[in-house]
Design a binder for this molecule. Structure first.
Ligand code: ATP
Ligand code: MG
Ligand code: MG
Length: 533
């Protein structure tokens, strides 16, 4: 009876859930309100939403708040906001703590039916006995004694300190999860929702199967590290005569160079290595959204993970490459030039300043239009200017060809200024270089300062091991800021908009240009390093 029954259930997402009936499926996402959601949680949330929608059923959001020591009301708000960022909305929201009374009654029922007992074996010894398959000295205590102790625990009686309630399942089952697990503990700490009403709290293993059954959950999706505990979940429902739930398990996701532990992420926040929980370097929902990962890409990616049961270490390139496919056809194109060592070009053949309307996306007219300024003086990136050879003909994008006449260098060897002659009859197909540029700043058409920001992984090791100290693997510099100029078109871009600075990459607007504040753009990785690209 110990073998996990659900091992075959997760054969494929497309095949759906076993025994699912349209209109009757109820799934649930059960976050613990102890921190912000991260990309790992999104897999669980997305799968639950996906199956609820697939069967026109319901998705419940349930805060799993059975541990008063760790949970805070504030995190309930932030988790609901995180879900909103993922476009996930439950049909209802509840708390495990809404059921504390019923859970308590079920524990009494368990004791009355002789399927549970009170135990005061100390933790270390209990662990050892469970390892060795040895029965607790209290295993066969009479029902009345067990009930009396549970009552004492419930009233917070100091005499019951150190006692817990255990389910009487097995002493020596090969599946250690079945060796009389603890179902209730005393804890006099106040709970963030129920205050000091309760002095005893159910364990997750006890509460989850009961509340799933009570709330009408038909399919309980769980990460498969709980697989050993599936028979225990089933035992609880059976022992208490509850309606059964189908467990469907899926693998956890992990990403290279990424920490998915709230505790370790908190450490980065406390050390001021990041700006906060929404830092674009963070794997939190807030962080990845701020970095420019779309909900669409995240959903497609998680659903494409398929039925593999192994906990996988994923490369970020795959998800970013998918994201790029989604943003590329719709991201408006703008131009920017780096401030540092900017190259001034005098263009012979262009007398005055003029403007022309150009598409924001050459292949997608729906994206809109921008106004491009043309003038006798333009700016280029140092890298471009420095690459031009004598008499080389290049193409100024959205304009035409030009031929290099002279280059002037500074004492340090960087290119300072260039003179070129427009050669608009020239064939752009024959040039090697298609260059982005900006008309020099003028009173009529001032350039707009923008900062382009790129980030590196926070940790320098692909996969941190359990005994690795995070401190030893902190990447020394992870933020790279490039002060640049763009043109007035960029003033229309709003915070959260995804654009492309042509020849530089995709960016998400992290701060729009405002009075006194420069616009900031965060680079969106495009998965180029991937073999996929
Ligand atoms: P953490 O230790 O990071 O807080 P957790 O599992 O304790 O993770 P919960 O709030 O209990 O966090 O998780 C809510 C749901 O998200 C659970 O169904 C859990 O299994 C799932 N989940 C958490 N981390 C991952 C992950 N890395 N991959 C897939 N699912 C995950
Ligand atoms: Mg946790
Ligand atoms: Mg958990």
């Amino acid at each position: 009876a110990t073998k996990a029954k659900s091992s075959k259930a997760a054969s494929s997402f497309a095949l759906g859930l076993p025994g699912a009936v349209e209109g009757q499926v109820v799934t649930r996402f059960p976050p613990e309100p102890s921190g912000y959601l991260h990309i790992g949680h999104t897999k669980a949330a997305i799968l639950n939403q996906y199956f609820a929608a697939m069967y026109k059923g319901k998705l419940l959001i349930r805060f799993d708040d059975t541990n008063p020591a760790k949970e805070k009301a504030q995190f309930e708000t932030t988790i609901l906001e995180d879900l909103q960022l993922l476009d996930i909305k439950g049909d209802s929201t509840s708390h495990t703590s809404d059921y504390f009374k019923e859970l308590h009654e079920y524990c009494v029922q368990l004791l009355k039916s002789g399927k549970g007992y009170a135990d005061d074996t100390d933790q270390m010894q209990m662990r050892q006995e469970r390892m060795d398959g040895i029965a607790s000295k209290r295993r066969d205590s009479p029902v009345e004694d067990n009930l009396k102790i549970f009552e004492q625990m419930t009233s917070g009686d100091p005499a019951a300190q150190g006692w817990c309630i255990r389910a009487k399942i097995s002493v020596d089952d090969p599946n250690k999860a079945l060796r009389d697990p603890v179902v209730y503990r005393m804890n006099v700490q106040p709970h963030h929702r129920t205050g000091d009403k309760w002095k005893v709290y159910p364990t997750y293993d006890f509460a989850c199967p009961i509340v799933d059954s009570m709330e009408g959950v038909t399919h309980a999706l769980r990460t498969n590290e709980y697989r050993d505990r599936n028979p225990q979940y089933e035992w609880m429902q059976e022992a208490l005569g509850l309606r059964k739930t189908t467990i469907w398990d899926f693998s956890r996701v992990n990403f290279v160079y990424t920490l998915l532990s709230k505790r370790k992420l908190l450490w980065f926040v406390q050390q001021n290595f990041v700006q906060g929980w929404d830092d674009p370097r963070f794997p939190t929902v807030r962080g990845i959204r701020r970095r420019g990962l779309t909900v669409e890409a995240l959903k497609q990616y998680m659903l494409s993970q398929g039925p593999s049961q192994a906990t996988i270490m994923l490369e970020w390139d795959g998800i970013w490459a998918l994201n790029k496919k989604i943003i590329d056809p719709i991201a408006p194109r703008y131009w920017a030039v780096e401030k540092k060592d900017l190259v001034k070009v005098t263009l012979e053949g262009q007398s005055g300043v003029e403007t022309k309307v150009q598409p924001l996306h050459k292949k997608n007219p729906d994206v809109g239009e921008k106004t491009v300024v043309y003038g006798p003086e333009i700016y280029l990136d140092q890298e471009d200017g420095a690459s031009f050879e004598d008499n080389e003909e290049i193409t100024l994008m959205d304009w035409g060809n030009a031929i290099l006449k002279t280059k002037t260098k500074t004492a340090s060897g960087t290119i300072d200024s260039i003179v070129m002659t427009l050669h608009l009859e020239g064939d752009f197909k024959k040039t090697k270089k298609k260059i982005t540029w900006l008309a020099a700043s003028s009173d009529a058409h001032p350039l707009v300062p923008v900062t382009l920001i790129d980030y590196d992984y926070l940790i320098s090791k692909k996969k941190l091991e359990e005994d690795d100290d995070v401190k030893d693997f902190v990447t020394p510099q992870t933020e790279f800021r490039t002060p640049s100029f763009s043109d007035a078109n960029i003033l229309k871009v709003k915070k959260g908009d995804i654009i492309q600075f042509e020849r530089k990459g995709y960016y998400i607007c992290d701060r729009a240009a405002e009075e006194g504040k420069e616009a900031e753009f965060v680079k969106i990785p495009d998965g180029k390093a991937a073999s996929l690209a």
